[in-house]
Design a protein around this ligand. Structure first.
Ligand SMILES: [Zn+2]
Length: 412
């Protein structure tokens, strides 16, 4: 059997299968149930969040001959819409047909009542791309539509839709999906498909999908093709060119050991695996965020990571103060910005400089510790000599190998 792309196979066929757009689904279901159907809808939101899918579901619900809260999928109308052969539901991509002539020919058929259904539905994708003339051509029909005609417009750029159109449509704002919502849907799909996937692997995919369910499923296909039926975090990372988590653990450990050279070696390993500096850094920022939240007690579920990963983060946590993690995150964030700015500097050199900074300027005692030490220590002459230089400056820096044995500290 030929492989069917997940995005196609798992495209929702009813509002109850839609993820993250419950507010839209509920309003549309109510409108259909009460027969109070507006003649023009505008779905707006970022790509891949379900606008066109919802438009198809809406058109199918309006024309389904069966009773019920969702399209039956069995009647002639439902079947025709599913395979894109319905004569009464037209889909039009304004991005590639933005001119007035195309709009006119689309509207031509609308003077006639539907052939086999109750409504004639015009689904216009990327509607913001229409030319001014195409807009005015559409406006006439939008102002006085025949009773059987429904417009369903979709756009990713609502700001480009003219006010004259906006005032005549019922607008629905689609939300970006959270990584948690995407992971949950992916887990459901894996279960149905008989695939095994580590929660962390799904988290990797959902994070890369950046709010889009369609992208998540396309990325999932890519990972599945690489990993086979058992998808691990590592296989997902390898398939997507995302650095392995193990490298970040290693990096944090070499920072803790004040080993600048070791940090260069970790960077080298990432680059040898084909990971770009920029991608390595953004992954590290995410790692530090998880590290910080693990330290303050968030659960694996809240962080969308595996329990094993959380346990490893927790085992590292006592060596670092929260403030230190935040400071490292700040340095890495600034470094990442520098690397993405086009000033011609070599990202690897920039990264090595900042990594040295983290590794070298760290083993310093905090003022609080010094004061505590002063209070606890009897004022013997020998001790006075040791501590007095520290009290003269704002920070006390001691050599890496002979520094305090307490938690990792960072003063920059
Ligand atoms: Zn039906």
């Amino acid at each position: 059997m030929p492989y069917v792309a997940m995005a196609r196979k798992w495209r929702p066929r009813s509002f109850s299968e839609m993820v993250g757009q419950e507010h839209v689904a509920q309003t549309l279901k109510n409108a259909i149930a009460t027969g109070n159907v507006h003649h023009a809808f505008l779905f707006t939101g970022t790509r891949g969040v379900g606008k066109t899918t919802s438009a198809r579901i809406l058109a199918a619900m309006l024309n389904c001959t069966a009773e019920g809260e969702k399209p039956c999928g069995e009647c002639e109308s439902c079947k025709a819409i599913a395979i894109g052969s319905s004569l009464d539901v037209s889909e039009f991509d304004a991005a590639s047909n933005s001119g007035v002539d195309e709009m006119r020919s689309l509207l031509e058929g609308t003077e006639y009542p539907p052939m086999n259904s109750k409504y004639r539905a015009l689904i216009i994708d990327e509607v913001h791309a229409l030319s001014p003339k195409a807009w005015s051509s559409m406006l006439k029909t939008l102002e006085e539509p025949p009773p059987y005609l429904i417009f369903i417009l979709a756009t990713t750029e609502i700001n480009k839709v003219p006010a004259t159109i906006l005032s005549r449509v019922l607008r629905f704002d689609f939300k970006r999906l959270s990584p948690m919502q995407i992971s949950k849907r992916l887990a459901f799909i894996c279960e149905q498909e008989g695939l095994e996937a580590e929660p962390e692997a799904l988290a990797v995919i959902s994070e890369k999908a950046d709010g889009s369910m369609r992208d998540a499923l396309t990325i999932f296909d890519e990972v599945f093709a690489y990993s086979g039926k058992s998808i691990t975090a590592e296989s997902a990372q390898n398939a997507l060119g995302i650095p392995s988590n193990a490298l970040y653990f290693e990096l944090v450990k070499v920072f803790e050991a004040h080993d600048a050279k070791g940090s260069f070696a970790v960077l080298e390993k990432a680059m040898a695996a084909g990971v770009e500096v920029q991608i390595f850094l953004s992954g590290f920022i995410r790692f530090l965020r998880n590290f910080l939240y693990a330290k303050i007690g968030l659960s694996a579920e809240q962080l969308e990571i595996s329990q094993a990963n959380l346990d490893s983060l927790k085992s590292l946590a006592p060596a670092f103060e929260q403030g230190d993690i935040l400071r490292i995150a700040k340095i890495i964030t600034e470094l990442s910005e520098k690397c993405s700015a086009k000033h011609g500097l070599n990202p690897r050199l920039l990264a090595e400089t900042e990594f040295s900074k983290i590794a070298w300027l760290d083993r310093v005692a905090s003022i609080k510790d010094v004061l505590e030490k002063l209070q606890d220590t009897p004022p013997k002459e020998e001790n006075q000599k040791k501590i007095s230089p520290a009290t003269q400056s704002t920070s006390t820096q001691t050599a890496g190998t002979t520094g305090p044995s307490g938690p990792f500290r960072l003063t920059i």
